[in-house]
Each structure stands twice: as structure tokens, then as C-alpha cells.
Design a protein. Structure first.
Length: 124
């Protein structure tokens, strides 16, 4: 399990074409990728399972906790990204609700585009 940031503070100012915005790069693929949006209400859970393919979870709104194969939960919030390799066990849960984008593809390499985040385990 790897943790990254994609919040505004990690992006770059774009002014090309008379634009004025910040772009936080996430991923680039040349092959098939599945992209979805997950909406977890308060008390929501993405149950403990193995990743079928490399998977990147981008927290857009809210907060929660994630874990890998160990029973140690790590806090995540908007702007955080969590990466699991193929067949890696994982779980996501939230007490207050969260919305996340999930990207699944055999060629995900988030370290090429996002900065690594220092993680903090959730209190037990």
C-alpha cells in the first residue's frame, strides 16, 4: 500500500492558452483503464478483498481509514491517493462519509506523477 497527494498544493500553475488553473497530474495510461466514482455514506465500507488489478483510490470529499494486509488503519482525507498492487488485500471505511474516484489498470505507476505522502496510523 502506497500513499500519495494530489491536492492543489502538489499541482503546477497552468497558463498556456490564456488559462489560469492548477493541474495535479495523477496517471497516464496507454492501455485499458477502468475509472469509477464511489460514494460511501456515513458508516460506509469497501470490504476487505484482494485487488483484481493495480488500483488507485483518489479521495475527493470526506475522510476515512484504509488498511492493507495488516490490521493497521491509516487516516485518509480529500486530496489523498492510495495505491494497491494486484492481489494486495485492502479495505476502506468511513465514519462520516467519503467520495472517491477509483482507477484500475495493469499499468498504473502513480509514483511517476504524484508526490509521496507521509502516513499516520489511525488511533485504535
Amino acid at each position: 500500500m502506497e500513499f500519495y497527494r494530489f491536492g492543489q498544493e502538489t499541482g503546477k500553475q497552468i497558463s498556456k492558452f490564456n488559462s489560469d488553473f492548477i493541474m495535479s497530474r495523477i496517471i497516464q495510461t496507454e492501455h485499458a483503464a477502468h475509472i469509477g466514482c464511489m460514494h460511501l455514506e456515513a458508516g460506509g465500507l469497501i470490504g476487505y478483498h484482494q485487488a483484481v488489478t493495480p488500483q488507485l483510490l483518489l479521495i475527493l470529499v470526506g475522510e476515512g481509514t484504509v488498511r492493507g494486509d495488516k490490521d493497521e488503519y491509516v487516516n485518509v482525507q480529500a486530496g489523498d491517493a492510495v495505491f494497491w498492487n494486484k492481489q494486495e488485500w485492502h479495505e476502506t471505511k468511513t465514519a462520516t462519509g467519503l467520495t472517491a474516484i477509483v482507477i484500475e489498470s495493469e499499468e498504473l505507476r502513480p509514483s511517476l506523477y504524484m508526490s509521496v505522502k507521509v502516513t499516520v496510523n489511525a488511533p485504535e
